[in-house]
Design a protein around this ligand. Sequence first.
Ligand SMILES: [Zn+2]
Length: 190
Amino acid sequence: MKVIQLGDPILRQKAQPVAEITEELRSFIDEMFATMIEAEGVGLAAPQVGKSWRLFVLITEDNNRLVFINPQIVATSSELVAYEEGCLSIPKTYEKIMRPEKVTVQAQDEFGKKFLLEAEGLLARIIQHENDHLDGILYIDKGDADFKKKIEEQFAKRAERRELKNAQKKAKQAKIQAKIAKKEGNSLNA
Ligand SMILES: [Zn+2]
């Protein structure tokens, strides 16, 4: 799976509830874990890999893999704490973000079983970051406005360059194909 980067509209959409928890969805979840670990992340939300579904995965500090399907944060502590956050969709960018220290989240696991989890510290942080992805919210929305503007512009430029490169590649391929076609035409004429 490819991790989608800032600038892609899917990261700004409100994701849809997961209606059915199937074997296919469990394979998708396995791939999400593999992608997250490969990218050295600690959490990954479905919109980051191109599916606008209310689903995210994370790995805890003691190496437990947790799956959250149709999650809902039902309570947050009033105490806020700052912590430096990054995002696989905004690589090599970090900012200190204030969030509640504790959250209570309710969700379904990969077998559809409902659970309630009280989390604090890093786990609470990851849950909030990933849950935000399901509502099209990114951590840069919660930090400094100038920083957000700078990062968004930087990624928009990157996306433009990527598009230009792809267009050039396509044009080159078309040229090569045209050359091949011409040669074939010649050989038929000979
Ligand atoms: Zn993220």
